[in-house]
Each structure stands twice: as structure tokens, then as C-alpha cells.
Design a protein around this ligand. Sequence first.
Ligand code: SF4
Ligand code: SF4
Length: 98
Amino acid sequence: MRYWRKPLDLHEVKIPHGEVVIIDDRCKGCGFCVEYCPKDVLIMSERFNKKGYHPPEVVKHGECVNCNLCEMICPDFAIFSIQSGEREAVGEEKEVAN
Ligand code: SF4
Ligand code: SF4
């Protein structure tokens, strides 16, 4: 995120890090998550899921800021993010960005 001015408490701001979980076989390849991720963490992959669509994949490992936008925008509940370090609490994940 770019600031239009330097915040007075900038040195106290901690940027969160997330891990992206993609449930390939729910995806219908609409590309919303790729298009709207503010950090350009995702691209559409070349591989196919069992429905015949291309699911997204993580290309910028370590760049996810856990904003949950991909999760909110996905019409098929096929992607979500979790706070880094909380992965053990989630069941079976397909792909993770640290
Ligand atoms: S949580 Fe935010 S930064 Fe991370 S992949 Fe989703 S949209 Fe991008
Ligand atoms: S928004 Fe959901 S359905 Fe669309 S490409 Fe991303 S994961 Fe797939």
C-alpha cells in the first residue's frame, strides 16, 4: 500500500502476512481473485481442475497481506487466506503462500 503522506505512527505499523488456501476443484476460473488482489499475489494456472477450469496459483510467495479480499470476492468459496502461522487449524489445503 502506498501512503499519500507518511503516517505519524508508521514505525509502529506491522504489515500482516497471510497464507492463501485454494480449493482447486471448487474454482470456476472466473479470475476475480487474480484481478482484484491488491498485491498481485495470484495468477491463473495452466493446470485444469476436475471441472475443466484453470484455478489460480500463488506466484508472489510471502506477499499476501491477509486482506481477505480474494475470499470475499470469490463466488464459489474456492479461496481464502489465513493469518500466517495458523495453518495447522485448517484441514486440507491445496496451495499456500508464506
Ligand atoms: S488475502 Fe488479499 S493479498 Fe492475500 S491473496 Fe487474497 S486478495 Fe491477495
Ligand atoms: S475468484 Fe474463486 S472461482 Fe474465481 S478464479 Fe478465483 S478461486 Fe476461482
